[in-house]
Design a protein around this ligand. Sequence first.
Ligand code: ZN
Length: 143
Amino acid sequence: MLGKLAKWLRLIGCDTVYIRDAEDSDLVRIAIQQDRILLTRDCELAKRKMLRGRSLLIEDEHTSQQLIQVMQAFGLRINMFARCAVCNGEILRVDKDSIRKSVPPYVFDTQECFGRCSVCGHIYWRGTHVDSALKRLETYLGG
Ligand SMILES: [Zn+2]
């Protein structure tokens, strides 16, 4: 349900685990074992005693508002090129020449900074759509 939010949290550099179709009890156990905050739209789940406040009820149905809620709740800052949006792996900066064959030619010609996921190998650059979305977010959050 919060898959888009999870991708955005990773995009801004937040260590985020996303599990589809898991039982509530599994989510609670993983949150406790891995010392994580459980984000959910399920009011009952968010109130589970075992979590001892390690949960946040996501109120809005729009991803941008959800992201803003989480960033404000935990004082998150935008740290691009840190986490893979696909698998949550760490992104490492790579030499532009080393990814020449892995990206479309126009991307190679127009971008200077590239990163590669250390786990799945996905390659990242600051695409314009991500740039403009982040600018809107930064404006909203006050820089
Ligand atoms: Zn990855």
